[in-house]
Design a protein around this ligand. Sequence first.
Ligand SMILES: C[S@@+](CC[C@H](N)C(=O)[O-])C[C@H]1O[C@@H](n2cnc3c(N)ncnc32)[C@H](O)[C@@H]1O
Length: 312
Amino acid sequence: MTAHAPEILIADDWRDYQLLDSGNGGKLEQVGPYRFVRPEPQALWAPARPAAEWDSADAIFSPSSGEDDEAGRWRFNRELPQSWTLQWDDIAFVSRPTPFRHLAFFPEHSVHWRYARDYLKAHRGAQPEVLNLFGYTGLASLVCAKAGAKVTHVDASKKAIGFARNNQREAGLADAPIRWICDDALTFVKRELRRGRRYDGIILDPPKFGRGPDGETWKLEENLPELLDACQTLLRTDPNDRASARGFMIATVYAVRLSYLALAQTAQQMFTGGEWQTGEMALPHAGRSELLPTAIFVRWATSDGGREWPRT
Ligand SMILES: C[S@@+](CC[C@H](N)C(=O)[O-])C[C@H]1O[C@@H](n2cnc3c(N)ncnc32)[C@H](O)[C@@H]1O
């Protein structure tokens, strides 16, 4: 097994989002017409912009000191609408301040949306099918549907699926072929295997810890190898080599004590052949050269995008 040189994937393709500054454990962001300050534990360095600019942001999130590293509350310096519309590429979606400190989208993920979109657009033959596990906002699902795929979107939270469906309407994709499924990701994948279903691409962004709708427990460090293995089997096989999967797999991991190398080497035990990329995802700043690291990732794809694949 080869270790791969890490790559940094930079989400530099936004018009409606900009990381203006970061430092002192925080970040200052322009999100559509509004400015936000949120905690950012990776930003150990000093901010570049004056404090007055940070202080005059439209809303500031203060973390609470408890166990839950996402909890806290927003302080609004002026009245903001409940939500507003943003756009990435040709996909419109809704952003809003959530009680979990995020703004209902994760801008660094555009590096994977681009990759999946380009892969699917190069695909010839029968309509490709994509599985988006832990799909939350549904943005990856919408990008894949817009690029011509049939999509199965899985999330354990009914509320999250409601938000994703709202984004589907916002994007004008109400008729797009997306199955919205409220289920535990691992349980769903195992069920699909029993049913003999197969996919051409799988996207997964598992949390550190989560619960399925029936109380199933998801623990990334314990369950990820099993999920990756099942995902590998769930991909269609290469018609010339039934032992090998083909298609693409994109996995993102946040905030765990896991290096990109551990993630990549685990995935490499299951997926064979194909092209690999692994490393970190990052956001560029407006007007300063440092990058803000956000997550680690591994991507794998067979490099036959564009070739006509008979169904297996
Ligand atoms: C990190 S977010 C994914 C964000 C997504 N990449 C996006 O761009 O919107 C994790 C999601 O996993 C869901 N989740 C947590 N535990 C789960 C489980 N056991 N099965 C399925 N989904 C789960 C949560 O409801 C949440 O929506």
